[in-house]
Design a protein. Structure first.
Length: 132
């Protein structure tokens, strides 16, 4: 997927997240936002997968620890959802870890526990991959 397409897709994801937030408001469990955002993206004909297994591979060997990506959109953009008082560096590190392990360039960290969703939104780039 080209840079322009990825940026356009990230804008569509943010618009869908704002719509979910507008309808539900802050303060619910992360799982509620996850299923509602999945539905909103699906209604917009955007391919989305929930709770995608992400194993750790080291030197060609799959290790016993595995992670789960909240949402993977169009097999390109990883979305990590939160419902926390404030996005912390550990949340950004979590998403960056997923980006590196999955070999993806762009991740979106979305905290639904904000009065205005734009205050709880972060784009995280995997700097090891070419610019988007």
């Amino acid at each position: 997927m080209r840079t322009e397409e990825i940026n356009n897709l990230s804008g569509q994801i943010l618009d869908a997240a704002i719509e979910v937030h507008r309808n539900l408001g802050p303060g619910l469990l992360e799982s509620v936002y996850e299923i509602c955002l999945t539905e909103e993206l699906t209604e917009r004909n955007i391919k989305v997968e929930r709770q995608v297994n992400l194993p750790i591979t080291y030197k060609g060997k799959i290790l016993s620890k595995e992670f789960f990506i909240d949402l993977l959109v169009e097999n390109e953009i990883i979305i990590e959802l939160k419902t926390v008082d404030k996005i912390l560096p550990v949340h950004e590190a979590q998403l960056l870890t997923y980006l590196k392990l999955a070999d993806r360039k762009l991740g979106l960290l979305i905290n639904f526990n904000e009065a205005l969703l734009k205050n709880g939104y972060r784009r995280i780039l995997n700097e090891k991959l070419p610019e988007i």
